[in-house]
Design a protein around this ligand. Structure first.
Ligand SMILES: NC(=O)c1ccc[n+]([C@@H]2O[C@H](COP(=O)([O-])OP(=O)(O)OC[C@H]3O[C@@H](n4cnc5c(N)ncnc54)[C@H](OP(=O)(O)O)[C@@H]3O)[C@@H](O)[C@H]2O)c1
Length: 69
């Protein structure tokens, strides 16, 4: 798997595995986009990881997936 110079979408990137990947992947030249349901958690993550793009979206709701594609 090539982890350099890609655009990477991480569903659930405000904590846990997703956050850890989001915190490391920009340094490898990637554009990183994370999603999550909680707006406050997304805001805090954006403050901690300014290079990461955040989108509020619930992957269990098809309409919210379609909205950001
Ligand atoms: N930690 C482990 O050791 C481990 C081991 C095996 C498997 N897993 C599985 O791996 C997954 C991630 O684990 P984790 O420890 O990284 O979990 P975590 O710390 O709870 O992180 C979950 C992330 O997903 C987001 N999220 C949850 N439901 C969502 C939804 N419907 N739509 C969009 N985002 C959603 C959360 O943000 P919001 O709440 O704001 O949406 C958060 O950013 C889980 O399914 C877990 O069961 C974990």
């Amino acid at each position: 798997m090539n982890l350099q110079n890609n655009t990477i979408l991480i569903t659930g990137g405000t904590s846990g595995f997703g956050y850890e990947f989001a915190s490391r992947l920009p340094a490898l030249g990637n554009t990183v986009i994370i999603t999550g349901r909680n707006a406050e958690k997304l805001k805090v993550t954006k403050q901690r990881l300014p290079a990461v793009h955040t989108i509020q979206s619930d992957v269990s709701k098809p309409g919210e997936i379609v909205n950001f594609i």
